[in-house]
Design a protein around this ligand. Sequence first.
Ligand code: GLY
Ligand code: MN
Ligand code: MN
Length: 434
Amino acid sequence: MNETVYKERRDRLLEIMDEGVAVLSTATMQTRSNDTEYPFRPSSDFYYLTGFEEDNSVVVLCKKGDERKTILFVQEKVPEMELWTGERLGVDAAQECFSFDEVYGIDSFEEQIKALLKEQTLLYFDLFNNNKIYTQLKVIANTMLHTRGVNRSPRTFSDITKLTQQMRLIKSEEEVSLIREALVITQKAHHHAMTTCQVGMMEYQLQAEYEYTFKREGAYSDAYTTIIAGGNNANTLHYIKNDQALKEGELVLVDAGCEYGFYASDITRTYPVNGTFTAVQKELYNMILGVQLKVIEAIKPGGSKKELQAFSEKLLTEGMVSLGILEGEVEMLLEEKAHKKYYPHGIGHWMGLDVHDPCPYSDDNGDENLFAEGMVLTIEPGLYLPKDDEKIPEKYRGIGIRIEDDVLITKEGCENLSQGIAKTVEEIESICKS
Ligand code: GLY
Ligand code: MN
Ligand code: MN
């Protein structure tokens, strides 16, 4: 994305924050074991404001009267370190490539921040992140408080992510383009995997087909750990062991999406291991698909996630009654929450830089944030019918089905961004057999 996009976001944040200093650091390297580390990925909020991808960096925004100042602290260039871990941008190049007012080496952070905080009483930071920089900030603020001659120091701490996450709720066209790119790759991955899936394959082998496509097509990685759940394993919602064999006559639920340009995709498809749905599987699948299509059709600006949740619960309960999975009056079953046993999760969630984008669902009054153009959310109804549940007809036991797409709210209604990924019985069977 063009550098000006990040500058505009910083300007916007400076506009909505109160007078004070905001400090946001990126993620730190995480140890995998002993001296090996996980691949680094910047924190989403930090990346959103900077476009800067290196670790060990901090962004500071200052607002005082009419004055505004933005500062980036980066790891300085150390040739001996670069030999092992690769080239760094360094202070000078960062100053040139990024439009911050000032750029410094991270080693001068403490000295610089002390000078800035002397002028301010409000300090914004990520209150819920345990990054060591925040311990450092609190120590600095405390020391200032007890230092004679220092008349002003931060006494009010505020959560900066409340503001950044509000900003992240509406996606720009550039952001939506990155999600579209992610979905092009995710579509290839699902379609490729459907053609390779066969009886006797291990779940992790099918997972490898997804990861192979993600990497081959230039995705950064998966956006979350891929779920490959054969048969009854689909009834464990976050099944990621992926270590069982895929069996004849069973379905496999695959929840897999890649991350591209740091933007997520999140897609679930449920398909027959041998390529052909049984009559029973088809009946259940088509009922859930019908619900998913109706929910997507109902999405429009001014609507709300709560409404969609209630609508999906009503439709799935009606469907379960018609198939004999639940018995009784739909209204009564809904009141008793009988459906929750088989549809225990939400209809969807915000998606963006994070698969579960941490944008607010309601405002400070507790009122729901209504849908508006540019929001992106998943729509993922599912039913989970455990193999040992004697209350449901035997033919449905051991089946778990979820169908998940990623949807953009538009001016008039919505656009299903993952429309191209095979979803009907006919489309899936045709790809599985090709
Ligand atoms: N892939 C996680 C989810 O669907 O929420
Ligand atoms: Mn999801
Ligand atoms: Mn998912």
